[in-house]
Design a protein around this ligand. Sequence first.
Ligand code: BTN
Length: 226
Amino acid sequence: MGYTVLENYKVISLDKIPSTQIYATELILQHKISGPTIILAKAQTNGYGRYNRKWVSHHGNLYVSFVFESKNRDARLSYRIAVAVAETLTELNIKPSIKWPNDILVEHKKISGILIEYIENFVVIGIGINISTCPTIANYKTTKILNYTNTTIQIVLKKLSCNISKWLNAPFSMVRSRWGHFAEGLNHIVKYRDKDAQLIGLNDNGALILRIDSAYHLVYGDEIYL
Ligand code: BTN
């Protein structure tokens, strides 16, 4: 299998495949991953996101899975990655926001999605960033980097991998503060399971703190509506 190296990552570059997540999973199950690895695809026929939703994956965008060894699940990881993606866009002079837990929006339109899956002793962090195309989706609006600036997939990937390394190693207090800078709806009323809830912030373990009536609730890995 051919590969290149980017920062500290071994990069496996592929043409059109079903999904970088599926490809990464197969390598893990075949014990073929050694060290931090990036699986990069030009297009995907079966890209998917959270709740197994389809992630439309035409040529021209970034479709990537970062694979790391990880013995434990950590609810804080999704914020580290969301901040890394948001910082990558900021470096391209785009103003992103983060919709909890980790949708990346620009002008309230989705530009990037993050999917974190644990396979055996590894975590597979899938990231899709719309660069030159964005699909029309029924439930939400989408946008792409080329609506704001010119760049290439390689430039975005290089910035992203630097930011991922940086934010994976940052103290969580710094991640939380940066997440708060980008977060949509902080201190505002959002909808959670059909109830009005005030979005208070994150606790030390990465749970979302919501206030419903006068009670505080800790929420992990669900959805809110702004
Ligand atoms: C979401 O918003 O629900 C997450 C979308 C994640 C899409 C990326 S594209 C690269 C990787 N391969 C996949 O099949 N999914 C992730």
